[in-house]
Write a protein that binds this ligand. Structure first.
Ligand code: UD1
Ligand code: CA
Length: 453
């Protein structure tokens, strides 16, 4: 989109959140509200993004400098005298800018890129001085109402200032507008003549009309994308709207979610066709899942890649790469830097950490495999532990392909086991085992006469 700049209002106190965290730093799907707005706007490549900060400015500024947004300019509104007063603070920076100016609220996070683009286009095509984004909503309480005259936008009136008749209007102001350069003149005429004694940016509509300028309206079909977040209830409602949006997208791309109400799926999850997600699954940020996977009950997955055909049940997976047709669980903990190659099985109450498990290998019961490299076709018996930590440093265990580790074996790392080795059950392996050997490292069983008293 060419020839526009954006102003994002985020200086308000956010009183209704009852929080010490600035409102726009509260998160949806783990991402701060303000970042949702910035991402939508950024995708249209504006010439400038001006963010207005006031309440809790340091906290927001620190975050914004960490994420490094292109063409971002931070401006402060020292006293919060209202949304018009906030926009005015950007005048010094944009007064000579001749393009359109998109004004958004940092607390309207679900707005889509395409809707913003059509609002800007509308303002350009209608040669209006302001285009207001509006929506028909079931419950307009709390929003500014769009008042029309002869079918045309006339003015916006805030909840606290509405007449009884205007209260019935369910066409609401989204808090998102596209202005031309007459914005600055209109702002200078705003007066705090309202119940809250604030300078309202919404008043610019009537002011521009009185200046003989056009004001136009774009009504979005999806009321959900203009829902504002002013309190904790609205925050949780936005979270579920976002989740519903994600699940709808997944349904359309061929993913089955058996009970949409009992899963959590982060907005950024990528999931392949014919994968089935059972109730109780929590897919957090940074997850990619292939085709034909099955994810079952109370599994938590974050920051991981799971390839086609894998089955995960009742497990916790964080920072792992999982190959094709892998079986995890029930009740496994797959920790960061675990790499499970194709056809691997990690089962009941087993934990892996910083471990590469090659193809077809099995760790089926009650094991801890950490700082390890396990070759192909290895069987790790029940209760096997890699003793990787000496109290100061971590050490590595290497087990060669086709080796068989009996039950209840300890590998005291650093230790290397060759290919085709058999380790007898109950062994504590403290020295390397060359390829092809049988290692027994346990006390020999003795049989003694039983004395019966
Ligand atoms: C605002 C609109 C209302 C609209 C609703 C949509 C006004 C007067 N009203 O109401 O018509 O239906 O949004 O969600 O704008 N802000 C500042 N500095 C200030 C005051 C506010 O930066 O001095 C920022 C806030 O941080 C917020 C935005 O402006 O991001 C809107 O303010 P808020 O108090 O949330 O207004 P609403 O009552 O939601
Ligand atoms: Ca608001």
């Amino acid at each position: 989109m060419k020839n526009f700049s954006a102003i994002i209002l985020a200086a308000g106190a956010g009183t209704r959140m009852k929080s010490s965290l600035p409102k726009v730093m509260h998160t949806l799907s783990g991402k701060p509200l303000i970042k949702w707005v910035i991402d939508s706007v950024s995708s249209l490549k504006p010439d400038n993004i001006v963010v207005l900060l006031g309440h809790g400015a340091e906290r927001v500024e620190e975050y914004l400098s960490d994420i490094n947004v292109k063409n971002l300019k931070i401006i402060y509104q020292k006293e919060q005298l209202g949304s018009a007063h906030a926009v005015m603070q950007a005048e010094k920076f944009l007064e000579n800018y001749s393009g359109n100016i998109l004004v958004l609220s940092g607390d309207v996070p679900l707005i889509k890129k395409a809707t913003l683009a059509s609002l800007i286009k509308k303002n350009q095509k209608a040669s209006s001085s302001v285009a207001v984004l509006a929506a028909e909503v079931a419950n307009p309480f709390g929003y500014g109402r769009i008042v029309k005259k002869d079918g045309f936008l006339e003015r916006i009136v805030e909840e606290k200032d509405v007449s009884i008749a205007e209260k019935q209007i369910n066409l609401i102001n989204s808090g998102i507008y596209c202005f031309d350069k007459n914005l600055w003149k209109a702002l200078s005429k705003v007066k705090p003549n309202n119940a809250k004694k604030e300078y309202y940016v919404t008043d610019t509509v009537a002011i521009l009309k009185s200046m003989d300028k056009n004001a136009s309206l774009t009504v979005t079909k999806d009321e959900n994308e203009v829902k504002g977040v002013n309190n904790r209830l609205e925050l949780s409602q936005a979270e579920s709207l976002l989740k519903d949006r994600k699940i709808k997208e997944l349904f359309e791309s061929g993913v089955s979610v058996i009970d949409a109400n009992s899963v959590y799926i982060s907005y950024d999850a990528k999931i392949g066709r014919d994968t089935v997600i059972y109730p109780g699954v929590f897919i957090d940020k940074g997850v990619v899942i292939g085709k034909n996977c099955v994810l079952k009950g109370s599994s938590y997955i974050t920051d991981s890649k799971i390839n086609d055909g894998s089955i995960i049940s009742y497990s916790y997976i964080n920072g792992a790469v999982v190959g094709k047709n892998v079986k995890i669980g029930p009740f496994s903990h797959i920790r960061p830097e675990s790499v499970l190659r194709d056809n691997v099985k990690v089962g009941n109450f087993s934990e892996t950490k910083k471990a590469v498990i090659a193809k077809n290998s099995k760790i089926n019961h009650l094991s801890y495999i950490g700082d390890a490299e396990i070759g192909e076709d290895v069987n790790i018996g029940a209760g096997t532990i890699t003793c990787n930590y000496d109290g100061v440093n971590k050490h590595k265990t290497v087990i060669g392909a086709k080796s068989f580790v009996g039950s209840n074996v300890n590998f005291v790392a650093p230790v290397k086991v060759g290919e085709n080795v058999v380790i007898a059950a109950g062994s504590t392996v403290t020295r390397d085992v060359p390829a092809g050997k049988l290692a027994i490292a346990r006390a020999r069983q003795e049989l003694k006469r039983r004395i019966i008293k």
